[in-house]
Design a protein around this ligand. Structure first.
Ligand SMILES: [Zn+2]
Length: 324
């Protein structure tokens, strides 16, 4: 965007989560109850003693899936003792220290053969994609599994240094991967990729779009990754303009959500239409429409389906409707 077309936003666009009465309950995958004890991760001996502790537990991750048990609509995570975890994750140095809960230290470990068709620990539960079972877990349990999934996925993808290609090893309880080449020694940190997601309102209507691959009738808020050199407001303005041809202002932060598929942080906004007419770019969206408030009351009748309950998109819609 040329600098002379930059549109400054209204002051006060960033509102802290706690100031917003619309989300007393954390979004799914937020609301973690762990003490991350980040200040102690650098103490190798302490991390080692935590790994050996009798009350230590390990969150297993297999092929990016999480081990849960339960039935119907209620699931619980399965946590392993270190001895059991070692049977399918023998190199405990690769375990990532997640933090301390009321019982003791908690680690995450990649278990089993990532290329094998059959999962380990099937006698204890089933490995599921967190995306599918997230709504059936408590907030803190979902947050724990999201944290474990994100950090294990990152760690597994950074076994080699991006600067020199040498092997990396975990440091800081697994929250850093350090290049083992003495002339490099670059530290690599877990990725968190910011993505904006926005409900655009125009009076009593809001703008929702859908992608071709989604189930019939599902419409959701617009979203996209923040690009380098871009503020959050600028990303919101650009994405809505690119995808739908609408100019927005009054960009207001609502809430955020860890989205470990594989490493996003969703930053949720409300914004208002200030110009432009609906025009699809023909790439991102298969369709986009303005929906009136009343359309949500009669959504069965008109065949409108909302995004999944676990998504911040659903939350942004509910916030706008005032039905949270
Ligand atoms: Zn290196």
């Amino acid at each position: 965007m040329p600098i002379d077309s930059f549109v400054p936003m209204a002051a006060g666009e960033m509102v802290p989560d706690v100031a917003d009465p619309g989300h007393r309950t954390p979004n799914y995958f937020g609301g973690g109850a762990l003490d991350r004890a980040a200040d102690r991760r650098g103490d190798r001996d302490w991390v080692e003693s935590m790994r050996e502790a009798e009350d230590a537990r390990v969150v297993p991750v297999w092929r990016s899936r999480s081990l849960v048990f339960g039935e119907g609509t209620l699931f619980e995570p399965v946590l392993l003792s270190p001895a059991v975890a070692r049977t399918h994750s023998p190199n405990a140095e690769e375990w990532v220290f997640l933090g301390l809960d009321r019982v003791g230290p908690v680690f995450a470990a990649e278990v089993g053969d990532a290329h094998a068709e059959s999962a380990p620990f099937t006698e204890l539960g089933e490995f599921h994609d967190l995306h599918r079972v997230g709504a059936m877990l408590g907030r803190s349990e979902g947050s724990l599994l999201a944290y474990a999934r994100a950090v294990i996925t990152w760690s597994g993808r950074h076994r080699y240094c991006g600067c020199c290609g040498h092997v990396t090893r975990p440091a800081e309880g697994g929250h850093v991967r350090r290049c083992q080449n003495e002339t490099c020694e670059t530290d690599h940190f877990p990725r968190t990729d910011p993505a904006i997601i926005v409900l655009v309102a125009d009076g009593d209507r809001c703008l929702l779009g859908r992608k071709e691959i989604w189930p019939d009738g599902v419409y959701s808020t617009l979203a996209g990754f923040v690009e380098p050199g871009e503020s959050l407001s600028e990303a919101v303005i650009r994405e809505v303009r690119e995808e739908a041809g609408i100019e927005v202002g009054d960009v207001r932060y609502r809430s955020s959500q860890p989205w470990p598929f594989p490493s996003s942080l969703m930053l949720g906004f409300h914004a208002k239409r200030i110009g432009g007419n609906l025009h699809l770019d023909g790439q991102e969206l298969a369709d986009a429409r303005w929906f009136h408030r009343d359309d949500f009351l009669r959504r069965k009748e008109i065949g409108l389906k909302l995004p999944s309950r676990v998504s911040i998109a659903r939350r942004l819609i509910q916030d706008w409707l005032g039905t949270d």
